[in-house]
Design a protein. Sequence first.
Length: 430
Amino acid sequence: MHNAASSTGALRITLKECDNGQPIWLRVSMLFDAPNASFIPDTHLVYDKTGFLHVSKETPPPDLVKGVQMINARELAVLPLLFDAHTHISMCGGELHADKRSAALLRQPATILAEAQRRAQCALAIGVGGMRDGGDKDGVGLALSKTSRIPVEKSHMPLVMSPGAGIHRKGRYGGFFCSPIEDHASLDDVVANRFSNGADHLKIVPTGIINFKKGEVSAAPQLNAREISLFVSLAHREGKMVMAHASGSEGIGNSVEGGVDTVEHGYFVKPEQLEMMADKKIAWVPTFAPVYRQVVHADIMGWDDLVRGQLQRILDDHAKSLQYALRAGVRVLIGSDAGSYGVSHAFGLVEEMRLIEESGMSTTDVLATVCYHNISHLAPSLPPRLIKPGHPATFLVTSSSVAASVKHFRDPLVIVGGQPRSVPESTDLL
């Protein structure tokens, strides 16, 4: 038997020593069964480059592990890769300098794409196996969507689902990631344009954003319920979903009445609107992280104590809305809005998981959402990625303390196609 691997770093070294072409026999403290939101203690996994050969509490058959030494990872847990329900892969969330962020948006699309590819690969090495993007107007997400349809074991890229450019009103919020409705003769033409370019879903922007100084969404909605309903019917006709950026009760109301598939952000949502979302099976992606980061970086942003307190109250009220949504039966998905100010890719998702947990979702439900429900809800046609025989040996390893709280999710070791991913030399791009 190998020496016990009590950390992901020690396990990485041990796996490297075992790289002799034979299967890997790994005994872990816990295996997370994502579809059932539960941890299975003391599990044996046997895998090679072809996939999982044995996953059970029972010791593997002798003929399967003949000549193979068991690695006893007694303090580690195994989980499926994470899926982020809301990102902007073309943007670096870790860049806090406002002028640099603005300048980055003006670069050539090929430059932005090359950086986004490296960013996506880095996110995979930290545990993110897929993401639903919120749009960009340079074709970056669409390009990554095409290349990432190859299985991750061959592409070594996370799955990227992209809407292409978001859809907004000219001169209104969203110009940095959207193309306006007014560029086309009709709403039908807008939708036809997006899907002819290969969009995986539609991203519409029915509202503006929170006015942090005022502590409210002060601008009138961009789209009414009738317009939203038309977008939805046109998208559904093509078998595609509609994600709607919506904060402020009026704009959220329009989005819910229009029948969107997901409400993104949803700040200032009313209880009765959450009840309607539950009835209409509209999912909610609360995105705590971008507002939380405004509090963390208040000094850089120039927010005084008054605004900082206002931001915290908004977050506290958002947490109460989450608790109500869970009681009402709303499908809550977890997305970080990575790429927005201060929200890094991969790390931002882990932070969002913590914020969601602290706001009222159970630890196992948080993990089940990011490991299973996000992708099964948003991409039901894709086969689920499970840790069971016959599936690719692609998963992550982290501390078994994650079973107590997602705040213990740290330093994951990512295995893709049976092989450990290299630790990123730098995470500056994230």
